[in-house]
Design a protein around this ligand. Sequence first.
Ligand SMILES: NC(=O)c1ccc[n+]([C@@H]2O[C@H](COP(=O)([O-])OP(=O)(O)OC[C@H]3O[C@@H](n4cnc5c(N)ncnc54)[C@H](OP(=O)(O)O)[C@@H]3O)[C@@H](O)[C@H]2O)c1
Length: 329
Amino acid sequence: MSYTAQETRYETMPYRRCGRSGLKLPQMSLGLWHNFGAQADAENARAMLLGAFDLGITHFDIANNYGPPEGSAEITFGKILKSDLGPYRDEMIVSTKAGYYMWPGPYGEWGSRKQLMASLDQSLLRTGLDYVDIFYHHRPDPETPLEETMQALVDIVHSGKALYVGISNYNPEDTRRAAALLAEKGVPCLLHQMRYSMLDRGNQAVIDILPKLGMGSIAFSPLAQGLLTGKYNHGIPADSRVVTDGRFLNKDRIHEEQLDKVRKLEEVARRRGQSIAQMALTWALREQGGVTSVIIGASRLAQIEENCKALEQPDFTGDELREIDAILG
Ligand SMILES: NC(=O)c1ccc[n+]([C@@H]2O[C@H](COP(=O)([O-])OP(=O)(O)OC[C@H]3O[C@@H](n4cnc5c(N)ncnc54)[C@H](OP(=O)(O)O)[C@@H]3O)[C@@H](O)[C@H]2O)c1
């Protein structure tokens, strides 16, 4: 069945300006890290992507290495683009990244010009795209001069293979340096992608410096890979990430101290009339100290639908924020 997007798709999703750029991002973005690889159910992947687009999710976040195996999430995305989403290309913001291990030898990871240029060319081939909207350096490289990595990003924009560039997992100091190097060359750093959730606030310092740098912020794992949905409160469900794909979330990461916080947060969410997943997303997007957009992951469309309802809820009161801070410690 050929796909026609819902006419209502722009009616409920709020879009926020990304830093001082001209680009607006949906508050909710969808990531393809899990459940879009070669072993994933292709029909389910298609249903999630099309269902997300119907809800106004215009931003899809991928990376060279998403799968498994590496590269296969980009291939899945490319297939769905060809079969369904192609006519909507200009309504979509597609990002990809390079920097984590992708192929053997000295050029298959990190931040050399060689890695970034070759990896982006591979990503374009896999997805069938002529260009990506955002290209990220995925993680800082302690050995390559930052000047070289940033020059590669500048040249990538000039080549037309990416419209905007960003960085991911950089600390505040390297973020400032990267932003300054890019600004010198007239290519602004659009945004920073960092891990950020109620259970992992370690990157608050980097989020706080971004407005001054004119950059936007986008949080990954805003539900702490599912912990902030309450699904692990009474054991490990058979269809959860820990069981279906424990590469990055295993049993050891689910401990009583965290579950205790989740149970207390559930009580606050209940009073607000939200599920805990929805409250965790509202919190990450809060006006004071929150991010421009969150990248959610999903294993089925119903999760995306539930999570998008977070956008219907009001921001927090001061009292609620203080109560949440006390719970999180
Ligand atoms: N830049 C980086 O270094 C980096 C690193 C990691 C991720 N990312 C990006 O961030 C994206 C999101 O990361 P993430 O997948 O860890 O995000 P997340 O939103 O914290 O976790 C998503 C997982 O939580 C569960 N879930 C989501 N909504 C639910 C709901 N309403 N009810 C019950 N369970 C629910 C699902 O897992 P199950 O149903 O399988 O349990 C889902 O796959 C990635 O796809 C990627 O694009 C970037």
